[in-house]
Design a protein around this ligand. Structure first.
Ligand SMILES: Nc1ncnc2c1ncn2[C@@H]1O[C@H](COP(=O)(O)OP(=O)(O)OP(=O)(O)O)[C@@H](O)[C@H]1O
Length: 260
């Protein structure tokens, strides 16, 4: 069934965003954007600091109420049918506090039980996740005592445990060591191969170019370009295209006084 209001959105997209906007005081953080994330795509969201990526992802996943616009996850309106929409999602949010007085194992178990999963499956998947994310040795330690990278990985485990249809990951590789990052990349690539959809925000253009099928470039709350990675980069590297679209390179690096 296609929902009311979806006429000009894409009913078969994993995520469809129309006219999404958010303002904080005088600052327009997200300026009425449209975006379609095709089902089965590995979608990168890139943009300079303060571009509106986190605000967009927070609104798209039901964590932050938009001032304007609508979001559908596989055709389900996030703000009208939040429970149903959230059931389809796994989210790694930026800067959201975890229940960090739990151990890593307890936190992942709790996430699975909150999703209504049976205890045996939760226990099995929790051990699998701790193993592939190299957190077995830290599993009995409180999350409050984790390093930044370990915290990122345990939060990722809580997003994966229920095997959602759509994964939305804000900066999943930030602070994560190269071996764990490679493990996470292969987990995500396998998940996409099996029909899942992944959206990641990242500042690492090379990674997005290698890993993602699609990309959107956001700057100052607007979508400057969106499509397949090849369409957006148009023969250049994604990094060169990004700098061309976004601008802002300081001539000669500036800070001539910075010398020894
Ligand atoms: N809760 C808030 N209160 C006030 N301003 C906010 C709030 N959240 C975000 N902003 C502002 O909205 C704009 C977009 O921020 P956002 O965090 O979405 O950017 P981002 O693209 O995720 O940046 P980064 O790459 O640095 O994480 C920024 O100007 C930021 O200062």
């Amino acid at each position: 069934m296609i929902e009311q209001g979806m006429d000009n959105a894409r009913p078969h997209a994993a995520i469809s965003v129309r006219g999404l906007g958010k303002r904080f005081g005088d600052k327009v953080a997200v300026n009425g954007i449209d975006l379609d994330v095709p089902a089965g795509s590995f979608y990168g969201l890139v943009g300079p600091n303060g571009a509106g990526k986190t605000t967009t992802l927070s609104m798209a996943t039901g964590l932050l109420r938009p001032d304007a616009g609508q979001v559908w996850i596989h055709g389900v309106d996030v703000w009208e049918r939040p429970l149903e929409a959230k059931g389809l999602l796994g989210v790694l949010a930026d800067g959201v506090r975890l229940f960090d007085r739990l151990t890593g194992r307890q936190l992942v178990t709790y996430a699975g039980r909150l999703r209504g999963m049976d205890p045996t499956t939760v226990a099995e998947r929790t051990e699998d996740l701790l193993r592939v994310l190299d957190l077995e040795d830290a599993a009995s330690k409180l999350v409050v005592d984790y390093s930044a990278g370990m915290t990122k990985k345990i939060a990722l485990a809580t997003a994966l445990i229920h095997s959602p249809r759509v994964l939305v990951l804000d900066e999943p590789f930030e602070a994560v060591d190269p071996v764990s990052a490679a493990n996470i990349r292969s987990i995500l690539a396998g998940y996409v191969e099996r029909g899942g959809t992944v959206v990641v925000s990242s500042h690492v253009m090379d990674l997005v170019q290698r890993m993602c099928s699609h990309v959107a470039v956001i700057s100052d709350g607007n979508v400057l370009a969106a499509g397949t990675v090849d369409e957006v980069r148009g023969g250049d590297s994604l990094e060169d295209r990004f700098v061309e679209l976004v601008g802002g390179r300081a001539e000669g690096g500036g800070l001539q006084w910075l010398q020894s």
